[in-house]
Design a protein around this ligand. Structure first.
Ligand SMILES: C[S@@+](CC[C@H](N)C(=O)[O-])C[C@H]1O[C@@H](n2cnc3c(N)ncnc32)[C@H](O)[C@@H]1O
Length: 263
């Protein structure tokens, strides 16, 4: 190998290592400035997507008791809202430091029939290949009278590709819960916050598409954060004028498993 070629290879490796370190440093700084999931500040580009979900979960989760399964737990972002449960277990198909039970997609859950008091399942159903089997498993492991707290987006960009299979309206979600009495379904967000979430999501996806554009994104961050705060605020204001109930970003349902097994 010529000296010129090995110098070129060294430079390429040097640049790649430099970009990786800059990106890691940027991400740490952004977590400090904009917060971390699920506690994001209003200038974070996903603040409108998570704000109402956080509010509704803070209302519902502290009422759960007994043995609770977090199905598709990821980093267990809402565990802190369940201080009084006797047992909390996280299950996922992807290994991680917070995953107590690792399962394979489409596999039976590793719990006995009617052994759990509640199941929490936030932002998972859109990523599950066979949603009917998954919900049947939840119903199998829940005790009669047990509660299911489930959320899913309705208006949101593709994420977690290729494992992003569906969005659900309130009516679609209700149809998937035949063996339950649905206590409440919260529509989260309206036209304004949906537009804010989609437009800022698009901007970030576009800027993250290539290395040069992601470097541009880092450079324009001091402009981006105030812009995001304004777009988010306008979204919240526009939501105040939206009485259609047709443009929500996300849904949260709380459902109680029927004691008589009726569907
Ligand atoms: C968008 S993340 C949500 C994580 C967490 N529940 C939250 O609210 O932040 C979706 C999670 O569902 C998990 N998941 C996808 N399919 C699953 C399945 N069939 N069974 C269990 N977990 C699954 C993914 O691995 C991922 O951790």
């Amino acid at each position: 190998m010529s000296v010129a070629m090995s110098e070129q290879k060294f430079m390429i490796r040097f640049c790649k290592a430099g970009i990786i370190s800059i990106t890691a440093c940027y991400q740490k700084t952004m977590a400090l400035l904009c917060g971390k999931h699920p506690n994001l500040y209003p200038w974070h580009f996903q603040w409108t997507a998570i704000r109402d979900l956080n509010r509704d979960l803070a209302d519902v989760l502290p009422t759960l008791e007994g043995r609770v399964l977090d199905a598709g737990c990821g980093l267990q972002p809402y565990r802190f809202l369940l201080p009084s449960v006797t047992d909390y277990v996280g299950m996922d198909v992807v290994p991680g430091p917070f995953v107590d039970y690792l399962v394979k997609t489409g596999e039976r859950f590793p719990f006995l029939d009617e052994s759990l008091d509640a199941v929490l399942c936030t932002q998972v159903l859109e990523h599950v290949e066979d949603e009917v089997f998954f919900l049947d498993e939840i119903a199998r492991v829940l005790k009669p009278g047990g509660r299911l707290v489930i959320s899913i987006p309705f208006i949101y960009q593709v994420h977690g590709a290729p494992h992003d299979y569906r969005r659900l309206s309130e009516f679609g979600l209700r149809r998937l819960l035949p063996g339950y009495t649905v206590e409440r379904v919260n529509h989260q967000g309206g036209i304004g916050t949906s537009l804010a979430t989609l437009s800022l999501g698009w901007l970030h996806t576009q800027l993250d598409a290539t290395t040069p554009t992601s470097l541009v994104k880092m450079l324009i961050t001091p402009l981006l954060l105030p812009l995001q705060a304004v777009v988010n605020l306008l979204g919240v204001l526009l939501d105040c004028c939206d009485s259609t109930r047709a443009f929500y970003g996300n849904l949260l349902a709380v459902a109680v498993k029927n004691s008589d097994g009726s569907k």
